[in-house]
Design a protein around this ligand. Structure first.
Ligand code: NAD
Length: 273
């Protein structure tokens, strides 16, 4: 691989690292020689990723965290620093949607969506990214360098039907990504970069209920519509994202700042006609 893409020795903290997509990022980056702090609400899920990495000759540590709890974030940052000595990259991966915040005229009309479910989605996706960037970003402002990578979504450009809070929350992630990129450069260091990826559609626990029929396991009409609207004709696989992640956090992207990169099999390019 071209040296510019080298991530060897970089210390990378990944929230949601026990999950499907960020677990794949953690494994891939560890294989490329990065040192990984796998941060997650679920110690069990994070530990599976960490054990896998360490078993295969990589270097990883599990750090339990709630991205909505500043005190626990501070503790997680301290644990990461005491283990690895620095933090070069933060990937804000913890995020997701929930059924109760998903509008459906028959089962859950928009006008009746419960406050707590809407709040949960906004908090996890927006506040979780902002609070983690405050705590881990502070380390970068002190060392005058670093890279933050946020995880957006196709919904951020044009909302998909039903997932009202998730779409608005991911749109906020795009906005925050641009804001933080400018803020870091203007106030702390021109060596701090903040970008985001906007993945297309990946079959994971958070969207399975929308994309696959629970009883038959066959694609729902919505699932089929997504694949039909993806010119490349399939869902993404987690490994489809790792090249873009590596690019954005490495020197290959050293003048790339404040952008949101779609990795979507062409979904966002296709008008549907
Ligand atoms: P996932 O549910 O597999 O992983 C999310 C992880 O976040 C879980 O391990 C969970 O324990 C952790 N988490 C939840 N709340 C937390 C909290 N408060 N503090 C710390 N950790 C917490 O989800 P995924 O599909 O791998 O998604 C990862 C990211 O990618 C999310 O931001 C998601 O919105 C985004 N995304 C997913 C898709 C997709 O199709 N799956 C598409 C676009 C964007």
């Amino acid at each position: 691989m071209d040296n510019q893409f080298d991530v060897k020795g970089k210390v990378i903290a990944i929230t949601g690292g026990g999950g499907v997509l960020c677990g794949a990022f953690a494994r891939d980056l560890a294989q490329k020689g990065a040192k990984i702090a796998v941060l997650d609400f679920s110690y069990e899920n994070a530990s599976k990723v960490t054990e896998d990495i360490n078993k295969n000759g990589g270097e990883a540590v599990t750090v339990e965290v709630d991205v909505l709890d500043k005190e626990r974030l501070e503790k997680a940052k301290d644990e990461t620093l005491s283990h690895f000595g620095r933090i070069d990259v933060l990937i804000n991966g913890a995020g997701g949607n929930k059924k109760e915040a998903t509008a459906d005229p028959e089962s859950m009309p928009f006008c009746d969506l419960p406050h707590d479910a809407l709040q949960w989605v906004f908090n996890l996706n927006v506040l979780g990214t902002v609070l983690t960037s405050q705590v881990f970003g502070k380390v970068m402002t002190e060392q005058k360098s670093g890279t933050i990578l946020n995880i957006s979504s196709m919904n951020s450009y044009r909302p998909l039907t039903k997932i009202v809070a998730y779409s608005a929350a991911k749109a906020a992630i795009n906005n925050f990504t641009q804001w933080l990129a400018v803020h870091m450069n203007q106030n702390y260091s021109t060596e701090i970069r903040v970008n985001a990826i906007a993945p297309g559609f990946f079959l994971t626990e958070q969207n399975r209920f929308l994309l696959l029929d629970e009883k038959t396991g066959e694609p729902t009409a919505r699932g089929q519509q997504i694949v039909d609207h993806t010119p490349m004709g399939r869902y993404g696989k987690p490994e489809d994202l790792v090249g873009t992640v590596t690019w954005l956090i490495s020197d290959a992207a050293k003048f790339v700042n404040g952008i949101i990169v779609p990795v979507d099999g062409g979904f966002s390019a296709y008008s549907g006609v």
